[in-house]
Design a binder for this molecule. Structure first.
Ligand SMILES: CCCCCCCCCC/C=C\CCCCCCCCCC(=O)SCCNC(=O)CCNC(=O)[C@H](O)C(C)(C)COP(=O)(O)OP(=O)(O)OC[C@H]1O[C@@H](n2cnc3c(N)ncnc32)[C@H](O)[C@@H]1OP(=O)(O)O
Ligand SMILES: Cc1cc2nc3c(=O)[nH]c(=O)nc-3n(C[C@H](O)[C@H](O)[C@H](O)COP(=O)(O)OP(=O)(O)OC[C@H]3O[C@@H](n4cnc5c(N)ncnc54)[C@H](O)[C@@H]3O)c2cc1C
Length: 662
């Protein structure tokens, strides 16, 4: 059996799809998750979780109020704490994230920021003594932490953060203070009600000199009573578009005293007498953000996959309309429009995850390098992850929304759960740096790269930038996916140079650097997107080329073909400067035939992610495909259906109707 999801009693339409799969889904899982070992561990963890009934949702999540969701996730966390060591290797971050995803889903919880930013901040920013003091406690979850940086008035422009940490040599203390309402910390996940500690980012002030954003370890609540400590105002910022299982919070300080050794001092220091030592790289304090951005291609890929698992499985059991055979309605997955809606997103999800593996490894390596005093890789990774974060979040949002529409009316119901996945995923367009802002960060790097080429210093170009110095060449589209890479290289190079030229010309015409930059910004963001999409395509092709298993490689090449054809058509206006409209027509035909080729493997390709029903929380996406019976059961579970007549009917509608009858 190649598709390992086949089970007796499943919806025969899904079983039929799984029988068609031409590759082993366990082997594909090993490729997706980077190793057979981890793919097996994922399955083992999922299996072990299923044997602990208290870890299941106590009722359908979509019917819970916000308070119930928060309480439910805390209940599960307390159950988890009894089983942690037997479920996972607690030193393995990927295992921990898998466990969190499976048990707690994606709506957020008390530890949302603890593993992703609080601990990483301590790892990257705290010195050895500080790690000795706090890291073990954090890892054992004796304390719960978050990352409090954004303020009500400033998130993007970190240099304008208003919260101050003023050092007084006489007492060897910092005084943390919130000088205005707009200086309130606003947004940090799990800050409002759950965390008792936070890494707080504040403007360091010593003897009236402002040294800018620095991280501090701050206790917010009493460890016994969980009450806020004197001088601290903290609470929840209220319901959000999604992610409502998390208590994103506000935080204010009223002359709050903090011992000197609570500034995280691995890279910059304040001595007892107030002498300041600056870090080896000005932006080293931003590393927790780079860490999360380096994960985002992977995490967003998985958000998109969740929506696609739902939409593809449902499309294989949903029958509507006819093709040739008029005796039985077809699976909607057979419609070319449905395939065009879903398959390019499957390809992107695979591509994002492969990129994600690369950037996570790059971050881990950078962390080691920085600890050894080498900060030279910081700019490259910052530029790469800034662009990648922006492109993947945007395309993931598009892909999830298409997946929702691909499910028709039922896609709009919370029974599909796609709207929640969408709401959580598109938060990524904003958090960790608003997308436009981060595209402009990459653009700075691209402009500098063109300047290097222009001044004959191409040898100094960073990784992935050499193509900027190469001349345009003839493109032979019959030469395989590499030809499509060439199209992207041509388009990205042209746009990067065009945007840079515009910026330079505006400055030469007398505009200041900042105004010229702003007047070139749309062109610059376009350049960043093209550059990033080129990187994604190259990584995808490189990863697939490295695979040795024949059946896995074959289907992934089919997926690459969908990807390259779709991507080149998607940038048609740029591509037309390098390929003819006749060539674009032929790419279009190839795309349609590549959709056809992929069709038999569609369900197996998404099954291979091995995302459990528990995590999916979707009636439409159930592994067994029994959608309709369960849709009815789900609706019956609605709190509105627990009584025949609602109190509001007796209170308002009935009297109104009765009055109208008089
Ligand atoms: C996604 C989490 C993973 C979770 C996985 C768990 C899965 C479980 C299931 C999923 C369930 C739910 C998932 C949802 C999780 C939600 C988690 C939410 C987490 C969100 C946390 C936050 O948002 S924290 C706050 C983030 N804030 C920001 O990102 C702010 C953005 N702004 C900035 O970063 C900076 O202000 C700026 C970079 C935009 C500008 O900084 P600055 O003004 O100081 O610099 P300049 O622009 O002047 O640039 C000067 C030079 O410095 C270079 N630079 C800038 N930054 C860096 C850097 N980091 N490294 C290296 N170099 C840098 C810049 O390039 C300039 O260089 P030159 O051009 O050479 O001069
Ligand atoms: C779900 C979620 C979770 C979050 N979790 C945390 C957390 O745990 N900790 C934390 O500290 N923060 C957190 N945040 C806050 C988040 O990091 C910020 O909201 C984000 O960095 C964007 O900043 P902003 O809100 O100031 O947006 P703004 O900068 O105000 O953006 C508004 C608009 O202005 C534009 N803009 C701003 N500056 C520029 C510029 N220089 N050039 C061009 N355009 C510009 C933007 O593109 C955007 O269109 C979270 C946010 C969300 C949504």
């Amino acid at each position: 059996m190649l598709n390992k999801s086949i089970m007796d009693g499943d919806n025969p339409d899904l079983t039929e799809e799984r029988m068609k799969g031409a590759f082993d889904t366990d082997k594909m899982a090993a490729v997706i998750y980077g190793s057979e070992k981890f793919a097996i561990r994922r399955r083992e963890i999922t299996e072990s979780i299923s044997r602990i009934p208290q870890l299941a949702d106590s009722k359908p999540f979509s019917f819970m109020t916000r308070e119930e969701k928060i309480s439910e996730s805390c209940r599960k966390l307390s159950v988890l704490s009894e089983h942690w060591n037997q479920l996972i290797d607690t030193n393995n971050e990927e295992e921990a994230l898998h466990l969190y995803r499976e048990v707690l889903g994606l709506e957020g919880h008390a530890f949302s920021l603890h593993e992703t930013m609080f601990i990483p901040s301590l790892v990257a920013q705290a010195n050895d003594e500080q790690q000795e003091k706090w890291l073990g406690r954090a890892k054992r979850r004796e304390i719960i932490g978050c990352y409090a940086q954004t303020e009500m008035g400033h998130g993007t422009n970190l240099r304008a953060l208003e919260t101050t940490a003023t050092y007084y040599p006489s007492t060897q203390e910092f005084i943390l203070h919130t000088p205005t309402e707009t200086a309130l910390k606003w947004w940090p996940g799990a800050l409002g009600k759950s965390s008792n500690y936070a890494v707080v980012v504040a403007d360091l002030v010593i003897r009236d000199t402002h040294y800018g954003a620095h991280p501090f370890m701050v206790q917010l609540r009493d460890e016994k009573t969980h009450n806020p400590l004197p001088g601290i105002t903290v609470g929840d910022i209220g319901p959000k578009m999604a992610f409502n299982g998390a208590d994103n919070g506000f935080l204010g300080f009223n002359q709050y005293k903090l011992p000197r050794d609570h500034m995280l001092m691995r890279h910059s220091r304040v001595e007892e007498n107030g002498t300041y030592t600056k870090p080896p790289h000005a932006k080293i304090g931003y590393s927790s953000m780079v860490k999360v951005r380096s994960r985002m291609a992977m995490d967003q890929g998985l958000f998109m996959v969740s929506a696609l698992v739902i939409a593809v499985r449902y499309s294989a059991v949903r029958r509507q309309g006819f093709l040739d055979d008029k005796s039985r309605e077809v699976k909607v997955l057979d419609y070319q429009t449905q395939q065009h809606r879903l398959f390019p997103s499957i390809a992107r999800a695979y591509a994002f995850i492969f990129c994600g593996f690369e950037t996570i490894q790059l971050y881990d390596q950078l962390l080691i390098d920085v600890k050894n005093g080498d900060t030279s890789g910081m700019s490259d990774l910052h530029a790469l992850t800034s662009g990648l974060k922006s492109v993947v979040t945007h395309q993931t949002g598009e892909g999830i929304e298409q997946a929702r529409m691909a499910c028709g009316g039922h896609g709009y119901s919370m029974a599909s759960y796609i709207s929640e996945i969408y709401g959580v995923a598109i938060g990524g367009c904003t958090y960790e740096g608003e997308n436009m802002v981060m595209l402009l960060q990459l653009a700075r790097y691209l402009v500098k790269s063109v300047e290097l080429v222009k001044t004959g210093k191409s040898k100094e170009l960073g990784p992935m930038m050499n193509y900027l110095a190469e001349p345009d060449t003839q493109i032979d589209l019959t030469s395989g996916p590499e030809a499509y890479v060439k199209v992207f290289q041509h388009a990205a190079r042209r746009q990067v140079w065009k945007a840079t030229d515009k910026f330079h010309q505006l400055m030469e015409s007398g505009q200041s650097r900042d105004i010229a930059w702003n007047n070139s910004a749309v062109e610059l963001t376009r350049a960043s997107r093209l550059h990033t999409r080129l990187y994604i395509m190259e990584t995808f092709i490189r990863r697939v080329s490295s695979i040795s298993d024949v059946s896995i490689k074959k289907v992934l090449i089919d997926l690459v073909n969908v990807h390259v054809n779709y991507e080149v058509l998607d940038i048609g206006t740029y591509a037309l400067e390098h390929v003819s409209s006749t060539q674009l027509d032929s790419i279009r035909s190839q795309l349609y035939s590549s959709l056809d080729t992929l069709r038999p493997n569609a369900v197996s390709l998404i099954d291979s992610f091995q995302i459990s029903d528990m995590q999916l929380r979707s009636v439409l996406g159930r592994r067994d495909g029994h959608v309709y019976t369960n849709l009815f059961e789900w609706a019956k579970a609605s709190p509105l259906n627990q009584t025949h007549v609602l109190p509001s009917v007796n209170q308002y509608l009935k009297p109104m109707m009765d009055k109208a009858k008089l």
